[in-house]
Design a protein around this ligand. Structure first.
Ligand SMILES: NC(=O)c1ccc[n+]([C@@H]2O[C@H](COP(=O)([O-])OP(=O)(O)OC[C@H]3O[C@@H](n4cnc5c(N)ncnc54)[C@H](O)[C@@H]3O)[C@@H](O)[C@H]2O)c1
Length: 438
């Protein structure tokens, strides 16, 4: 079991200066967590370099970005993108002439998926093909990145990759039930994990979410060595998730979204950083609080833990700026509804014995249950419905604040070289935000 190692101070170390290089290992989306880190790198005057995961053509073959896609991505990033497709996972990989896992599972339906059996030797051959493709591409991309890094630079690799849900039609329906279903539409996450389909998905999560950090560390060994010998430095960060502490009952308490199927891969990500750290490589997984992004929107209810951040902002010395955040959030609710009423509803939800029984750090990631789905998804839907506009939610605003706070904590926290796994909880996020807005 991992120990809960929380960051409790605001780090300030800043070795980065103009000409140092920030490398984003993943793509950038508008609401994504890594925006917070990129803002810091820009402020420090660093050169920003990115990669692409590539795109699939009509035959599912992986291709590089075309000129238009590349220009758009570089504009968004504010830096050069190395156009070598770095899509991770093996759901569409196979040895020549063999079927890939998506093809192996093309016959599954909502009725038969639990009985469907896979030939694991064949799956393993696909996995090996996918890993080879990825590590070859990573070596090619890294040779290009290497050319952009002057001797003596401080290099910051930011890993953001997570995912790996295969595009199998029936599975998308199953996922919708597991993450969004309640009542008759409830589906058990344990049933999924016990099936061959589930085992394959967990393998793919491991490849995308965890093993890519190891491949990044391996592929950049030459850069590490060159920086070491020329007075520079190399650091790695990755985004983890392993629950987070929020205010419940007036105290910061660890809680989690359930069921977080990806949790096994996130624990593996932690061990990749721990193993690297023990060899003197500064790789830190920052376990971050729940926010709403392109990737997390599928998990209905994951956003409920955001609301108590408003209370944390006041608790951690917030002044006028914290009051303004309350007013902004109040303004998003339907007329006549007090923000405090919603905060009371969240407090009641967190103190309900059903949700409280999932606050078990040692047992993480626990399976979902019909009772949890009822209360979590029910509360989420009720609160969403009480906004003026379903497209402008309090949790959108609070998500933007959390990523703003996480950026400097990770940037300077990585600079300070504190340890391989650090939790960012609502206390430190709130303190950092208040410090940014005195
Ligand atoms: N949203 C949350 O609540 C939350 C909480 C803690 C940690 N995180 C982590 O933060 C990181 C960024 O996620 P985000 O929520 O900001 O969403 P996001 O959608 O902005 O980022 C997801 C990233 O994963 C990459 N990716 C997806 N599939 C991939 C594949 N097959 N191969 C390679 N790369 C792939 C994308 O390019 C992108 O960089 C992830 O590691 C995520 O697990 C998110």
């Amino acid at each position: 079991m991992t120990e809960l190692t929380s960051l409790r101070h605001i780090p300030t170390a800043n070795p980065f200066r103009k000409g140092d290089v920030f490398v984003l290992f993943g793509e950038l989306f508008g609401r994504g967590y890594v925006n917070g880190l990129i803002d810091e790198a820009r402020k420090a005057g660093m050169t920003i370099v990115g990669i692409t995961v590539g795109r699939r053509d009509e035959n599912n073959a992986l291709r590089a970005l075309n000129a238009e896609e590349l220009a758009e991505a570089e504009e968004k990033l504010g830096g050069r993108i190395i156009n070598v497709p770095l899509m991770a996972g093996f759901d569409l990989d196979a040895p020549a002439g063999e079927r890939n896992p998506t093809e192996m599972l093309s016959g599954i339906t909502l009725k038969n998926w639990q009985e469907e059996q896979l030939d694991w030797a064949k799956v393993e051959a696909c996995r090996a093909a996918g890993v080879r493709r990825f590590t070859d591409a990573a070596a090619e991309a890294m040779a290009e990145i290497n050319k952009l890094i002057p001797d003596g630079s401080n290099v910051f690799f930011a890993h953001t990759m997570a995912g790996g849900i295969p595009k199998i039609k029936a599975f998308l329906a199953i996922a919708n039930r597991i993450y969004k279903g309640r009542g008759e539409r409830f589906m058990s996450s344990r049933a999924l994990l016990d099936s061959d389909l589930g085992k394959l998905i967990l393998m793919n999560f491991d490849e995308v979410t965890a093993n890519t950090l190891q491949h990044l560390i391996n592929a950049s060994a030459g850069i590490r060595e060159r920086m070491k010998n020329s007075g520079g430095s190399v650091r790695y960060t990755a985004y983890g998730y392993h629950g987070s502490e929020i205010l419940i009952d007036g105290k910061y308490q660890w809680q989690t979204y359930t069921n977080y199927t990806q949790g096994y891969a996130k624990m593996r990500l932690e061990s990749v950083a721990q193993a690297a750290w023990s060899q003197g490589i500064h790789a830190t997984v920052f376990n971050c609080p729940e926010i709403r992004t392109n990737s997390s929107d599928i998990f209905v209810g994951v956003e409920l833990s955001l609301f108590p951040l408003l209370v944390a902002l006041k608790r951690e010395g917030g002044g006028d700026w914290a009051d303004q955040q309350w007013q902004i959030c109040q303004g998003l609710l339907e007329d006549g509804l007090q923000l405090q009423t919603i905060l009371d509803q969240i407090e009641a939800y967190n103190n309900d014995p059903t949700s409280a029984s999932f606050r078990n750090f040692a047992a993480w990631p626990m399976d979902n249950t019909p009772a949890l789905a009822d209360i979590m998804i029910g509360t989420s839907e009720e609160i969403t419905a009480r906004h003026k506009d379903r497209k402008a939610l309090i949790t959108d605003h609070l998500s933007a604040l959390v990523l703003e706070g996480a950026g400097p904590l990770m940037f300077h926290g990585a600079a300070e070289q504190i340890g391989p796994v650090l939790w960012l909880n609502h206390d430190i996020i709130a303190r950092q935000l208040n410090a940014l807005h005195p």
